[in-house]
Design a binder for this molecule. Sequence first.
Ligand SMILES: [Zn+2]
Length: 289
Amino acid sequence: MSLRNLSDQGLIADTKMWNEKEEHCTRQFLRHINEVNRRRLFCDDKTGSLFKYIRKNFNKSDSETSRRVLAAKTLRHVPCADKALANKQVTLTNLAEISNLVENIKSKKKKNEILGSIKGKTQIQTREFVDELTGKKRATRSKTHSHSDGSIRIHLTLVGQTAKDYDFIKEQLSNNRIYKPEDIIGHAINPKAESMRKRIMGIGSRKSKVITNSRTISAAIKNAVMIRSGNKCENCDSKYNLHFDHIIPHSMGGASAIGNVRQLCSNCNARAAIVALSQTKMDLFINQS
Ligand SMILES: [Zn+2]
Protein backbone atom coordinates (compact mmCIF):
# COMPACT_ATOMS: atom_id res chain seq x y z
CA MET A 1 0.00 0.00 0.00
CA SER A 2 1.36 3.39 -0.96
CA LEU A 3 1.87 5.76 1.98
CA ARG A 4 -0.04 8.36 -0.04
CA ASN A 5 -3.22 6.36 0.55
CA LEU A 6 -2.88 6.41 4.35
CA SER A 7 -5.09 8.72 6.35
CA ASP A 8 -3.36 11.48 8.36
CA GLN A 9 -4.02 9.57 11.58
CA GLY A 10 -2.82 6.31 10.02
CA LEU A 11 0.40 7.95 8.80
CA ILE A 12 1.17 9.42 12.25
CA ALA A 13 0.41 6.05 13.94
CA ASP A 14 2.61 4.15 11.48
CA THR A 15 5.50 6.61 11.87
CA LYS A 16 5.31 6.14 15.65
CA MET A 17 5.23 2.36 15.26
CA TRP A 18 8.32 2.28 13.02
CA ASN A 19 10.17 4.54 15.46
CA GLU A 20 9.33 2.08 18.28
CA LYS A 21 10.64 -0.76 16.13
CA GLU A 22 13.83 1.14 15.30
CA GLU A 23 14.50 1.83 19.01
CA HIS A 24 13.82 -1.83 19.85
CA CYS A 25 16.24 -2.95 17.09
CA THR A 26 18.94 -0.55 18.33
CA ARG A 27 18.70 -1.98 21.87
CA GLN A 28 18.90 -5.50 20.49
CA PHE A 29 21.90 -4.48 18.35
CA LEU A 30 23.68 -3.13 21.46
CA ARG A 31 22.99 -6.39 23.35
CA HIS A 32 24.37 -8.42 20.45
CA ILE A 33 27.55 -6.38 19.97
CA ASN A 34 28.19 -6.69 23.71
CA GLU A 35 28.08 -10.48 23.38
CA VAL A 36 30.37 -10.30 20.31
CA ASN A 37 32.70 -8.21 22.50
CA ARG A 38 32.53 -10.67 25.43
CA ARG A 39 33.68 -13.46 23.10
CA ARG A 40 36.15 -11.09 21.30
CA LEU A 41 34.69 -12.58 18.12
CA PHE A 42 35.85 -9.61 16.04
CA CYS A 43 39.38 -11.06 16.34
CA ASP A 44 38.31 -14.02 14.15
CA ASP A 45 37.53 -11.37 11.52
CA LYS A 46 41.04 -9.91 12.01
CA THR A 47 39.54 -6.48 12.70
CA GLY A 48 41.11 -6.15 16.16
CA SER A 49 38.37 -4.00 17.72
CA LEU A 50 34.60 -3.92 18.00
CA PHE A 51 34.60 -0.49 16.32
CA LYS A 52 36.51 -1.70 13.25
CA TYR A 53 34.39 -4.87 13.10
CA ILE A 54 31.15 -2.85 12.93
CA ARG A 55 32.60 -0.35 10.43
CA LYS A 56 33.70 -3.21 8.17
CA ASN A 57 30.61 -5.41 8.36
CA PHE A 58 27.68 -3.03 8.82
CA ASN A 59 26.58 -0.01 6.88
CA LYS A 60 27.35 2.56 9.55
CA SER A 61 29.42 5.77 9.62
CA ASP A 62 32.27 6.43 12.06
CA SER A 63 30.03 8.50 14.34
CA GLU A 64 27.12 6.00 14.24
CA THR A 65 29.55 3.20 15.06
CA SER A 66 31.29 5.14 17.81
CA ARG A 67 27.96 6.04 19.46
CA ARG A 68 26.84 2.39 19.48
CA VAL A 69 30.17 0.99 20.71
CA LEU A 70 30.33 3.54 23.56
CA ALA A 71 26.64 3.15 24.51
CA ALA A 72 27.09 -0.64 24.54
CA LYS A 73 30.06 -0.16 26.90
CA THR A 74 27.81 1.82 29.26
CA LEU A 75 25.26 -1.03 29.18
CA ARG A 76 28.01 -3.46 30.23
CA HIS A 77 28.91 -1.32 33.23
CA VAL A 78 25.38 -0.14 34.12
CA PRO A 79 22.94 -2.92 33.07
CA CYS A 80 19.82 -0.95 34.15
CA ALA A 81 20.69 1.64 31.45
CA ASP A 82 18.88 -0.70 29.03
CA LYS A 83 15.60 -0.12 30.88
CA ALA A 84 16.21 3.65 30.96
CA LEU A 85 16.80 3.56 27.19
CA ALA A 86 13.61 1.53 26.63
CA ASN A 87 11.65 4.03 28.75
CA LYS A 88 13.07 6.94 26.74
CA GLN A 89 14.68 8.45 29.87
CA VAL A 90 18.09 8.53 28.18
CA THR A 91 19.31 8.59 24.59
CA LEU A 92 21.97 6.55 22.85
CA THR A 93 24.16 9.68 22.70
CA ASN A 94 23.84 10.31 26.46
CA LEU A 95 24.86 6.73 27.21
CA ALA A 96 27.86 7.13 24.89
CA GLU A 97 28.89 10.37 26.69
CA ILE A 98 29.15 8.65 30.11
CA SER A 99 30.83 5.42 28.90
CA ASN A 100 34.41 6.30 29.91
CA LEU A 101 33.23 7.75 33.22
CA VAL A 102 31.30 4.63 34.33
CA GLU A 103 34.09 2.37 33.06
CA ASN A 104 36.50 3.94 35.55
CA ILE A 105 34.19 3.80 38.58
CA LYS A 106 34.03 0.61 40.67
CA SER A 107 30.97 1.27 42.86
CA LYS A 108 27.74 -0.01 41.30
CA LYS A 109 25.77 2.48 43.40
CA LYS A 110 27.82 5.40 42.03
CA LYS A 111 27.40 4.12 38.45
CA ASN A 112 23.62 3.98 38.93
CA GLU A 113 23.64 7.49 40.41
CA ILE A 114 25.46 8.79 37.33
CA LEU A 115 22.84 7.16 35.10
CA GLY A 116 20.09 8.76 37.24
CA SER A 117 21.76 12.18 36.88
CA ILE A 118 21.68 12.18 33.08
CA LYS A 119 18.03 11.17 32.69
CA GLY A 120 16.22 13.80 30.65
CA LYS A 121 19.45 15.72 29.90
CA THR A 122 20.49 16.85 26.43
CA GLN A 123 23.84 15.78 24.97
CA ILE A 124 25.47 19.12 25.85
CA GLN A 125 24.11 19.00 29.42
CA THR A 126 25.39 15.43 29.79
CA ARG A 127 28.81 16.44 28.48
CA GLU A 128 28.96 19.38 30.91
CA PHE A 129 27.95 17.03 33.75
CA VAL A 130 30.76 14.60 32.83
CA ASP A 131 33.32 17.42 32.52
CA GLU A 132 32.30 18.79 35.92
CA LEU A 133 32.66 15.36 37.57
CA THR A 134 36.02 14.63 35.98
CA GLY A 135 37.30 18.22 36.34
CA LYS A 136 38.37 18.11 32.72
CA LYS A 137 38.55 20.93 30.25
CA ARG A 138 37.78 19.65 26.82
CA ALA A 139 40.49 20.38 24.25
CA THR A 140 39.66 21.25 20.69
CA ARG A 141 39.63 18.00 18.75
CA SER A 142 43.10 17.07 17.50
CA LYS A 143 43.69 16.19 13.88
CA THR A 144 46.29 13.64 12.84
CA HIS A 145 47.36 12.75 9.31
CA SER A 146 49.83 9.96 8.59
CA HIS A 147 51.85 10.43 5.39
CA SER A 148 53.32 7.74 3.17
CA ASP A 149 56.89 8.83 4.02
CA GLY A 150 56.28 7.85 7.67
CA SER A 151 55.84 11.41 8.93
CA ILE A 152 52.78 12.43 10.93
CA ARG A 153 51.13 15.86 10.77
CA ILE A 154 49.32 16.80 13.98
CA HIS A 155 47.11 19.82 14.59
CA LEU A 156 46.43 19.96 18.30
CA THR A 157 45.48 22.28 21.12
CA LEU A 158 47.11 21.80 24.51
CA VAL A 159 45.15 22.83 27.60
CA GLY A 160 45.63 22.91 31.38
CA GLN A 161 48.70 21.25 32.88
CA THR A 162 49.85 19.88 29.50
CA ALA A 163 50.02 23.44 28.08
CA LYS A 164 51.96 24.61 31.16
CA ASP A 165 54.34 21.63 30.92
CA TYR A 166 54.90 22.33 27.21
CA ASP A 167 55.82 25.97 27.99
CA PHE A 168 58.08 24.84 30.82
CA ILE A 169 60.02 22.37 28.65
CA LYS A 170 60.25 24.99 25.87
CA GLU A 171 61.71 27.57 28.29
CA GLN A 172 64.18 25.09 29.75
CA LEU A 173 65.39 23.97 26.33
CA SER A 174 65.52 27.42 24.76
CA ASN A 175 68.50 28.70 26.76
CA ASN A 176 70.94 27.81 24.03
CA ARG A 177 68.92 27.63 20.84
CA ILE A 178 65.41 27.99 19.43
CA TYR A 179 63.52 24.71 19.45
CA LYS A 180 60.66 23.95 17.10
CA PRO A 181 57.45 22.36 18.49
CA GLU A 182 58.41 18.97 16.96
CA ASP A 183 61.77 19.11 18.80
CA ILE A 184 60.00 19.78 22.11
CA ILE A 185 57.51 16.95 21.58
CA GLY A 186 60.37 14.63 20.58
CA HIS A 187 62.29 15.63 23.71
CA ALA A 188 59.26 14.73 25.85
CA ILE A 189 58.21 11.47 24.21
CA ASN A 190 61.51 9.90 23.08
CA PRO A 191 62.64 8.83 26.60
CA LYS A 192 59.14 7.51 27.34
CA ALA A 193 59.11 5.45 24.12
CA GLU A 194 62.58 4.08 24.93
CA SER A 195 61.57 3.00 28.44
CA MET A 196 58.38 1.38 27.06
CA ARG A 197 60.44 -0.53 24.47
CA LYS A 198 62.75 -1.77 27.19
CA ARG A 199 59.80 -2.84 29.33
CA ILE A 200 58.27 -4.79 26.40
CA MET A 201 61.62 -6.41 25.69
CA GLY A 202 62.15 -7.28 29.37
CA ILE A 203 65.52 -5.44 29.38
CA GLY A 204 66.59 -4.59 32.90
CA SER A 205 64.43 -7.37 34.29
CA ARG A 206 66.19 -10.10 36.24
CA LYS A 207 64.08 -12.60 34.31
CA SER A 208 65.58 -11.80 30.90
CA LYS A 209 67.84 -14.84 30.51
CA VAL A 210 67.34 -17.24 27.57
CA ILE A 211 65.28 -20.00 29.20
CA THR A 212 62.92 -21.73 26.77
CA ASN A 213 61.35 -24.15 29.24
CA SER A 214 60.22 -21.31 31.52
CA ARG A 215 56.96 -19.34 31.34
CA THR A 216 59.17 -16.24 31.07
CA ILE A 217 59.99 -15.18 27.53
CA SER A 218 63.60 -14.02 27.17
CA ALA A 219 64.61 -10.64 25.71
CA ALA A 220 66.30 -12.44 22.80
CA ILE A 221 63.11 -14.35 21.90
CA LYS A 222 61.00 -11.17 22.28
CA ASN A 223 63.40 -9.31 19.99
CA ALA A 224 63.23 -12.04 17.34
CA VAL A 225 59.41 -12.13 17.53
CA MET A 226 59.21 -8.32 17.24
CA ILE A 227 61.42 -8.41 14.12
CA ARG A 228 59.17 -11.13 12.62
CA SER A 229 55.91 -9.30 13.45
CA GLY A 230 57.12 -5.80 12.57
CA ASN A 231 56.01 -4.96 16.13
CA LYS A 232 52.34 -5.47 15.19
CA CYS A 233 49.64 -7.90 16.29
CA GLU A 234 50.27 -11.05 14.25
CA ASN A 235 46.52 -11.61 13.88
CA CYS A 236 44.99 -8.19 13.11
CA ASP A 237 48.01 -5.87 12.51
CA SER A 238 47.06 -3.58 15.41
CA LYS A 239 49.98 -1.60 16.87
CA TYR A 240 48.32 -1.00 20.25
CA ASN A 241 48.40 -2.88 23.58
CA LEU A 242 50.72 -5.60 22.30
CA HIS A 243 51.52 -8.70 24.36
CA PHE A 244 53.75 -11.72 23.88
CA ASP A 245 51.62 -14.88 23.83
CA HIS A 246 52.44 -18.59 24.00
CA ILE A 247 50.71 -20.28 20.99
CA ILE A 248 50.51 -23.55 22.93
CA PRO A 249 49.95 -22.26 26.50
CA HIS A 250 52.82 -22.77 28.92
CA SER A 251 50.38 -24.62 31.23
CA MET A 252 49.85 -27.13 28.40
CA GLY A 253 53.57 -27.70 27.84
CA GLY A 254 54.23 -24.91 25.31
CA ALA A 255 57.86 -23.70 25.29
CA SER A 256 59.03 -20.07 25.43
CA ALA A 257 60.75 -20.58 22.05
CA ILE A 258 60.39 -18.42 18.93
CA GLY A 259 58.19 -21.00 17.16
CA ASN A 260 55.71 -20.95 20.04
CA VAL A 261 55.69 -17.22 20.83
CA ARG A 262 53.73 -14.58 18.94
CA GLN A 263 52.86 -10.93 19.37
CA LEU A 264 49.14 -10.24 19.80
CA CYS A 265 47.10 -7.17 20.75
CA SER A 266 45.16 -7.44 24.02
CA ASN A 267 41.90 -8.31 22.22
CA CYS A 268 43.41 -11.05 20.03
CA ASN A 269 45.30 -12.31 23.09
CA ALA A 270 42.00 -12.53 25.00
CA ARG A 271 40.29 -14.30 22.07
CA ALA A 272 43.13 -16.86 21.86
CA ALA A 273 42.78 -17.53 25.60
CA ILE A 274 38.98 -17.93 25.27
CA VAL A 275 39.46 -20.50 22.48
CA ALA A 276 42.21 -22.36 24.39
CA LEU A 277 40.85 -22.20 27.94
CA SER A 278 37.03 -21.56 27.68
CA GLN A 279 34.83 -18.48 27.86
CA THR A 280 33.74 -19.19 31.44
CA LYS A 281 37.30 -19.29 32.71
CA MET A 282 38.37 -16.14 30.84
CA ASP A 283 35.26 -14.15 31.90
CA LEU A 284 36.86 -14.04 35.37
CA PHE A 285 39.81 -12.09 33.98
CA ILE A 286 38.66 -10.07 30.97
CA ASN A 287 34.93 -9.34 31.25
CA GLN A 288 34.47 -7.99 34.74
CA SER A 289 32.62 -4.71 35.11
ZN1 LIG B 1 45.02 -8.18 17.26
